[in-house]
Design a protein around this ligand. Structure first.
Ligand code: FAD
Ligand code: NAD
Length: 483
């Protein structure tokens, strides 16, 4: 029997892969997507959506919302005159709500595949060779294997959590993101290794629910990727106001598990400067970055070039060293963000169809969904100084905003950098309530090459938090109206 043939074959059904597949199909290309993981599907069926929908963005944001409401009920309702005689959280209900959202969304992607006529091929995909102008990929599923052929293959195999030598992850006591999103009870003492995005978001979830959380971070700087002013404000808020314990410059040593009474306890030995310390905790989250999924991909069978970190090597348009093989998302260079992968998926599908798809890597927003939220786009102050660019800065606190006061949440600020000579917006950094939504205006501005004056001359609804963005733009020109 002849092998199945498609115009486009996508390996991996996460945000990079499923978006590439949908866009390719929209453009009239016959498209199939290979996905191997059923995640926690009760029927054992393969699930689409990848890390993001199943064990990443979506479940973490669901838990952040539940824990935020619990925290507000415990700490913020009182200022509105709302009193509660007792407050409790049912962790089982919270986790089931999160699981239901995941199930709904992953099923939704299956529906989108049907609607757009994308063929789902359940199983593990692996390059095996080339026949004429077609790449051959073996798909091994529950019912055996088959060879599938396509002129264009998009590698979107994503990433998995990096684990540390000597710290085996069982996702019960010692967890990566998978276990940390499904704890069955609030641990009394939670240890976290790595004060990156996952450590801060998931550390916040369990802290709000009552855990005593200690985060151990290897670097001497906190949130090194963020603007220094934002990182400083975040440090103050997380450690002083919220009581998150964060130890920087920590070198992790031996990690052991033992029994304390009937409970399992984890002991983390670590060093800081010349001093040795011990952290005892009931659960430990290891969140020290992620590794590209290229093992078992058969890259060697088609001479597909990988870089020193095992990622697929690509150019600015996600083209690999082999004609017709593309790669997008976490498996290639750049930020490991769902929206970055999705944009790359669209770009690649359009280029395969002969269009001029592109991604503006200068205007990809970052969001950290702590409370307050942190969001930015463009350059930080340190990056501007390192590049020798002259800039003006405008910074306005949420404390000067009527809506923020009404909401009872005035932490943080908007900080905007603009080129001194041209006034073009170079970077915008927000720490505060709803920063995740506010940053969209700055992304549009940067995408359109706006000047700070453009934002300053736009009418912003009153009273809204977006007025702080407006005022920050005015402040670049030293003429804020309400500060
Ligand atoms: P993935 O989502 O990892 O999907 C790749 C898929 O390919 C997987 O389903 C895998 O099973 C499959 N696969 C791999 N190899 C093969 C093979 N050989 N054959 C068949 N299938 C294969 N990003 C954000 O932008 N915002 C957030 O709020 C956010 N929160 C996050 C929270 C957590 C806890 C985590 C862990 C990540 C978060 N991320 C967030 C990052 C985001 O999840 C990733 O950037 C995104 O999922 C990457 O998409 P992808 O398609 O490249 O890869
Ligand atoms: P990360 O790169 O954000 O942070 C890892 C942290 O661990 C770093 O601060 C690093 O210095 C530290 N670290 C590394 N080795 C260590 C060690 N041995 N001991 C102590 N600390 C150590 O990685 P992450 O938090 O695992 O998240 C992975 C990726 O997932 C992120 O890079 C991000 O792209 C994505 N993500 C995004 C979001 C979001 O967009 N809101 C949320 C979660 C995850």
């Amino acid at each position: 029997m002849a092998n199945k043939q498609f115009d486009v074959l996508v390996i991996g059904g996460g945000p990079g892969g499923y978006v590439a597949a949908i866009r390719a199909a929209q453009l009239g290309l016959s498209t199939a997507c290979i996905e191997r993981d059923s995640y926690a599907d009760l029927k054992g069926e393969v699930r689409l959506g990848g890390t993001c929908l199943n064990v990443g963005c979506i479940p973490s944001k669901a838990l952040l919302q539940s824990s935020e409401l619990y925290d507000q009920a415990g700490h913020s309702f009182v200022m509105h005159g709302i009193g509660l005689d007792s407050l409790k959280i049912d962790i089982g209900t919270m986790i089931r709500r999160k699981d239901n959202i995941v199930t709904q969304l992953t099923a939704g992607i299956r529906g989108l595949f049907k609607k757009n006529k994308v063929t789902l091929l359940p199983g593990h995909g692996r390059f095996v060779g080339r026949d004429d102008d077609r790449w051959q990929v073996e798909v091994v599923g529950k019912d055996g294997g088959e060879i599938v052929e396509a002129k264009n293959v998009v590698v979107a195999t994503g990433s998995r959590p990096r684990h540390l030598d000597g710290i085996p992850v069982d996702n019960k006591i010692v967890c990566d993101n998978v276990g940390a999103l499904s704890l069955d009870a609030v641990p009394k003492r939670l240890g976290v290794i790595g004060a990156g995005v996952i450590g801060l978001e998931l550390g916040s979830v369990w802290k709000r629910l009552g855990a005593d959380v200690t985060v151990l971070e290897a670097l001497p700087d906190f949130l090194a990727a963020a603007d220094a002013a934002v990182a400083k404000e975040a440090w103050k808020t997380f450690t002083q106001k919220q009581g998150l314990k964060i130890q920087l410059d920590a070198r992790i040593g031996k990690v052991t598990q033992g029994k304390k009474g009937r409970h399992t306890q984890v002991t983390v030995e670590y060093e800081c400067g010349d001093a040795s310390h011990v952290l005892e905790c009931d659960r430990l989250i290891v969140s020290v970055g992620r590794i590209a999924n290229t093992d078992g991909l058969g890259a060697e069978n088609v001479d597909l070039a990988l870089d020193e970190r095992g990622r697929v090597t690509v150019d600015a348009h996600c083209q690999t060293n082999q004609p017709g093989i593309w790669a997008v998302g976490d498996v290639v260079r750049g930020a490991m963000l769902a929206h970055k992968g999705m944009e790359e998926g669209v770009m690649v599908a359009e280029r395969i169809a002969g269009q001029a798809g592109h991604v503006n890597y200068e205007a990809i927003p970052w969001v950290i969904y702590t409370h307050p939220e942190i969001a930015w786009v463009g350059k930080t102050e340190a990056q501007l100084r390192a590049a020798g660019i002259d800039f003006r800065v405008g910074q306005i606190p949420f404390a000067a905003n009527g809506r923020a006061l009404g909401q009872g949440d005035t932490t943080g600020f908007v900080r905007m950098y603009a080129d001194t000579a041209t006034d073009r917006v170079l970077g915008v950094h927000v720490i505060g309530n709803n920063a995740s939504e506010l940053i969209a205006e700055a992304v549009v501005a940067m995408e359109f090459g706006a000047a700070s004056e453009d934002i300053a001359r736009i009418c912003h609804a009153h009273p809204t938090l977006s007025e702080v963005m407006h005022e920050a733009a005015l402040a670049v020109d030293k003429r804020p109206l309400h500060f």
